[in-house]
Design a protein around this ligand. Structure first.
Ligand SMILES: [Zn+2]
Length: 343
């Protein structure tokens, strides 16, 4: 029986060359770097690989980089009984518009335990997820510990944007960068996640539209996205009658608005790639290729205009996070964007 693994085989394969051989060698030679920083876009597998790595680190008899799944440590890992693991997430924001930060109290608690050694496993591991959301105060409070970790303690930080970490923290860490995933890697991962519910056409669309992020691809598979896509394409064909239903639907909530912006962005990415590469790439909206080419020709859509729309979407996305009111979502965000697109 193949041991249960805490991450998807396709993710491991995607990041194998970057992530694994180095760490495997370090463990074998008992020279593990005590402060690791795993960086990469949202949805590239940072947390999932971190869990895999910890199980591997604790395992008595790993096979290559695969934990055996059978030893006492692996069983504890698989049952989530991690006595020697501290997994620190930032606080949840107080409302949808505020991102949370790591609480300084949590770090104080960790520091109070530094005198202790591992209880069951060869290492004590502290994971600080989204470390780029540590406040300067919490960063400073943990800095000394990262500079001189106690023996057999390993700190693993994950971050989407390492430039937001204090340089002094960055300089202590061995950084492992995860590349954005390729569409075919995302497609394989979706097959593993969705299993019997797997839909090949929609997964192809999701993996191409996701821009390297598995979690984005999973969002793109939600049935609602497909309906939204119909509305957006309908509005391109017939703005006079379809404009209003689209505005009403997208401004109904921040979540739907984000989905809509992602979709519109994916359409314009397809058109940009077509202009730059002459259509050699497969499209996210492959089934709409002819329609979108004709539409863009009719609109005389230039390269500059497409870039302008993509920039406007990035700008509007920031505003969506700050706007809760449906009327304002429509007025300040969606209508000006649609005017830019359809003008
Ligand atoms: Zn094991």
């Amino acid at each position: 029986m193949k041991p249960q693994l805490p991450t998807l085989p396709s993710l491991l394969e995607a990041h194998w060359s970057r992530f694994l051989p180095l760490l495997e060698r370090q463990k074998r030679d008992q020279k593990l770097h005590p402060t690791l920083l795993i960086t990469g876009l949202e949805g590239t597998g940072k947390k999932s690989l971190t869990l895999h790595f910890i199980q591997y680190l604790f395992c008595d008899q790993p096979n290559g980089f695969e934990p055996c799944g059978l030893c006492k440590s692996c069983k504890r890992s698989l049952q989530n009984q991690w006595l020697d693991l501290f997994w620190l997430e930032p606080e949840t924001g107080t409302d949808e518009t505020k991102l949370g930060h790591h609480k300084i109290e949590t770090f104080r608690e960790i520091k109070s335990k530094l005198g202790m050694g591992p209880m069951e496993e060869p290492f004590k591991v502290v994971v600080i997820t989204e470390a780029d959301r540590m406040t300067p105060q919490s960063s400073n409070s943990i800095l000394k510990t990262l500079e001189e970790p106690p023996p057999n303690w390993v700190f693993i930080l994950t971050a989407a944007d390492s430039s937001r970490l204090l340089p002094t923290i960055l300089s202590r860490c061995m950084e492992i960068r995860l590349n954005p995933l390729q569409p075919e890697q995302i497609f394989s991962a979706l097959k593993e996640i969705k299993a019997s519910e797997f839909n090949s056409d929609r997964s192809k669309f999701a993996s191409r539209a996701a821009q390297g992020s598995l979690s984005r691809a999973v969002h793109f598979l939600e049935p609602e996205v497909w309906d939204l896509r119909e509305l957006i394409l309908g509005c391109l064909t017939n703005p006079a009658s379809e404009w209003l239903p689209l505005v009403e639907k997208l401004s109904s909530s921040q979540r739907v608005m984000f989905m809509g912006l992602d979709l519109i962005e994916s359409v314009f990415h397809d058109l940009l790639q077509f202009q730059v590469q002459g259509g050699q790439n497969e499209w996210a909206h492959e089934d709409q290729r002819e329609f979108l080419i004709q539409w863009s020709e009719k609109k005389s859509l230039t390269h500059t205009k497409i870039i302008h729309v993509l920039e406007a979407i990035a700008e509007k996305r920031k505003l969506v996070a700050l706007t809760l009111n449906a009327k304002l979502l429509a007025q300040d965000i969606l209508i000006p964007l649609l005017e830019t697109i359809l003008s």
